[in-house]
Design a protein around this ligand. Structure first.
Ligand code: ZN
Length: 422
């Protein structure tokens, strides 16, 4: 099914590492594609075979709503795709789940991510009808699509290649789930109560504790709300809702989400509730993380495998079934302390520091860039002070540099200042 690209071949005799693929030509948003075919399902999990196609925009939206189908647009591989590049997300991109969490959940942001890392599930979210995959008379489907028998046909007997897509809504939900959980995790680790009190809610006279799951950005949460009760009431006022939504950079594409769900209560998960101290935010937040990761790993499965290592010993390996499973597994490893991440103090990107010292603060390349930048700034400052009339000795002292160094730098300036003018 997959083309093989020699430069991406791995010395992997067992072929049992987790390998994911991305289209060599990339992906696109099909605004008019529609869920349908042998591998499409309604919200009740029943197969949904679309017999009438194409449909008008209105007809399509009506069926999608009635049947509970994921709505368009759908992310699909470009029809020009010739093959798929394999890569190893777990080994090559240990911070991928953090990159995913920080992906802007718009068409543009998601497309950039997919072009780098591929789609989220092995066979997409659902099979779709796409005009981009309509076959002309005598045309064969691309050889990488699953199966060439039983091609889909529309009511005019046009044939369609079997293709799988992932809806914008699906991607947005997955990114937001990850982003929210990562935010709570970071806050938990830093004991950031200012953030936690805006998402963990003690209510019903402290008999219930809930999480207010939202895609409102952290900064907006901190600036515009006092606590989780305020956040949970956002949807009650259409005006507030609109004001918040309008302040988001992604407003065109992304519906605002504020969703309250129980963590525990006096009569729900009683055992758990009995461990909570009224008003505490940390343990409920930890329980939320526990539930969020468990729920995802139940859906996006990771299975144990045995690998033969270079010394011919059997070693455990966990094999995700999808990119989503791999990313939630990465998160899982972080939470159980097997992997550690830190943000680079220069570029702000995440780095896997498991095998580095705890003192790690920045990428080496970032540190170098920073050093070069600081050096240039010092040179400029020396030249500026010299022009302003300071003596070489004064400048050396002010900048903490040697007199020779200052002399060398100011010697490079083109315009020589009049001396002694202070
Ligand atoms: Zn950096």
């Amino acid at each position: 099914m997959m083309e093989s690209y020699p430069k991406y071949d791995y010395l992997d005799i067992q072929q049992s590492f987790f390998i994911w693929h991305r289209s060599d030509k990339g992906y696109f948003w099909d605004e008019e594609a529609m869920a349908g075919g042998l591998f499409a399902a309604t919200k009740d999990g029943k197969p949904f075979f679309l017999e009438e196609f194409p449909l008008s925009h209105e007809e399509r939206k009506k069926i999608e709503k009635e049947k509970g189908l994921s709505p368009s647009p759908f992310l699909l591989p470009l029809p020009e795709t010739e093959g798929y590049y394999p890569y190893k997300p777990l080994e090559e991109n240990p911070t991928l789940f953090l990159e995913f969490a920080e992906t802007t959940p718009t068409r543009k942001g998601i497309l950039e991510f997919a072009n780098k890392y591929g789609m989220l599930l092995p066979n997409g979210e659902t099979q779709v009808f796409s005009e981009a995959y309509r076959l002309r008379e005598g045309e064969k489907p691309p050889k990488w699509v699953l199966g060439t028998d039983g091609l889909l046909k529309d009511r005019e007997n046009n044939k369609y290649a079997m293709v799988f897509g992932e809806s914008l809504r699906f991607w947005q939900n997955e990114i937001q789930d990850m982003a929210f959980a990562v935010n709570v995790w970071e806050a938990l680790k830093n004991e950031d109560l200012e953030f936690l009190k805006r998402v963990i809610l003690w209510h019903a006279e402290n008999e219930v504790v809930s999480v207010v799951k939202t895609n409102i950005p952290k900064l907006v949460l901190l600036n515009r709300f006092q606590n989780a009760a305020d956040v949970s009431k956002v949807t009650e006022s259409k005006d507030t809702l609109r004001a918040i939504h309008d302040s988001l950079p992604t407003k065109e594409d992304v519906p605002l989400r504020v969703q309250l769900s129980y963590i525990a209560a006096r009569d729900y998960k009683k055992e758990l509730f009995s461990r909570f101290v009224v008003g505490d935010l940390l343990l409920p937040a930890r329980c939320y993380i526990q539930a969020a990761i468990n729920e995802k790993l139940k859906k996006y499965v990771v299975k144990p495998r045995l690998l033969l290592d270079e010394k011919n010993q059997l070693k455990p390996y966990l094999m995700p079934e999808s990119l989503l499973a791999a990313m939630w597994y990465q998160f899982y490893l972080t939470v159980v302390g097997e992997r550690q991440f830190k943000r680079c103090s220069v570029c702000g990107r995440w780095e896997d520091i498991t095998d580095k010292t705890v003192a790690w603060t920045k990428h080496e390349t970032c540190a170098n860039k920073e050093r070069v930048k600081k050096y240039r700034e010092a040179v400029r400052e020396a030249q500026k002070l010299y022009k302003e009339g300071k003596t070489i000795e004064e400048i050396a002292e002010e900048l903490g540099r040697s007199i020779e160094w200052v002399r060398k730098q100011v010697g490079k300036t083109k315009t020589f200042p009049k001396r002694g003018k202070i």
